[in-house]
Write a protein that binds this ligand. Structure first.
Ligand code: SAM
Length: 297
């Protein structure tokens, strides 16, 4: 079975070339083994930090142009917050305290700052945040922390957002959602995007081979890449659509929308298993729009 695969980067290709030169080669680190097995909160968090620290450079080279330094893109389909307005009308962002979870190089936060908001870009990976510094902070505060333990007081932010940051990766999404709800002021909104759960039933291939169901959609066993000692080096956690909705409700949010962006005709790029071919047939991203109600304690 081909596993669902990585949000972070394109699956490594199998090398089918015959060796031409017989000279001794530098010992290469072994490719991690891809499997499905349980992975708890601690193992997942450790693997994520290590993987994003090691792969941030490659991620930014590969996807930085598409993301743009100061655009707010919700996923590989290219849905832009300018048109989507999932956080509300752009003119109402001015003066708002906004938390971005799993911000990477803080591209979305830079866009929020340009609208007059006061964004805080939080990420687990030191190297991703170094890319944020390299591009420029321009009104964005950077915080290195795990989304499962937010280093902020209660009711600190008006809005929170996350474009594929943290939620696809964490073992305990309710813990993250509860933390986000805690730091939001009553009436605050949290919008987050993840890999559309249906993708877990298909191989993570951009071509036609990625169109035939190869695994159970209902199998929640995490996708894990592990080293030769069996230590996880990359983890993604699967939740069905129903699981995600239950998680949002269990954390005390009200779900007000679930957006499934359609693949636009202008977008010809592939991003790992996301491609125009598949994007025109099956959803690739799910965006959950959640509200902490005013009357909530
Ligand atoms: C696919 S990248 C998305 C980054 C950015 N939003 C973008 O669109 O490029 C996922 C990010 O989530 C971060 N991340 C993963 N697990 C996290 C966690 N538990 N807490 C905080 N950030 C996390 C990673 O370090 C990485 O920067």
């Amino acid at each position: 079975m081909t596993p669902p695969g990585r949000v972070g980067r394109t699956r490594p290709q199998t090398n089918t070339r015959e060796p031409i030169i017989q000279e001794p080669e530098e010992p290469q680190p072994l490719e991690p083994e891809a499997t499905r097995r349980p992975a708890d909160v601690a193992e997942t968090s450790r693997a994520s930090r290590g993987w994003w620290d090691r792969n941030a450079d490659e991620y930014q080279v590969e996807h930085g142009t598409f993301l743009g330094d100061d655009r707010f893109v919700w996923g590989p389909e290219g849905l832009d917050e300018v048109e989507a307005e999932l956080l509300g009308p752009a003119e109402e962002l001015k003066g708002k305290d906004v938390l971005e979870i799993g911000a990477g190089a803080a591209q979305c936060s830079r866009w929020l700052a340009a609208q007059g908001a006061r964004p805080v870009a939080l990420d687990l990976s030191h190297r991703q945040l170094q890319h944020a510094l390299r591009i420029g902070t321009q009104g964005v505060a950077l915080v290195e922390a795990d989304a499962g333990a937010l280093p902020f007081g209660d009711s600190t932010f008006d809005l929170a957002c996350s474009a594929y940051g943290a939620l696809p990766f964490v073992a305990d999404p309710v813990r993250v959602l509860r933390e986000v709800r805690r730091v939001l002021r009553p009436g605050g909104r949290f919008v987050f995007s993840v890999t559309h759960p249906i993708r877990w039933a298909f191989p993570d291939e951009p071509g036609p081979e990625g169109l035939s169901v190869s695994a159970s959609y209902f199998d929640r066993t995490p996708y894990v890449e592990q080293d030769e000692k069996g230590r996880a080096v990359y983890v993604e956690h699967h939740r069905t659509v129903g699981d995600r909705i239950r998680d949002v409700v269990a954390a005390g949010f009200r779900l007000v929308d679930l957006v499934e962006p359609e693949w636009p005709s202008w977008n010809s790029q592939e991003w790992g298993g996301w491609s125009p071919l598949r994007g025109n047939l099956i959803p690739g991203t799910a965006i959950f729009v959640c509200v902490r109600d005013e009357r909530d304690e």
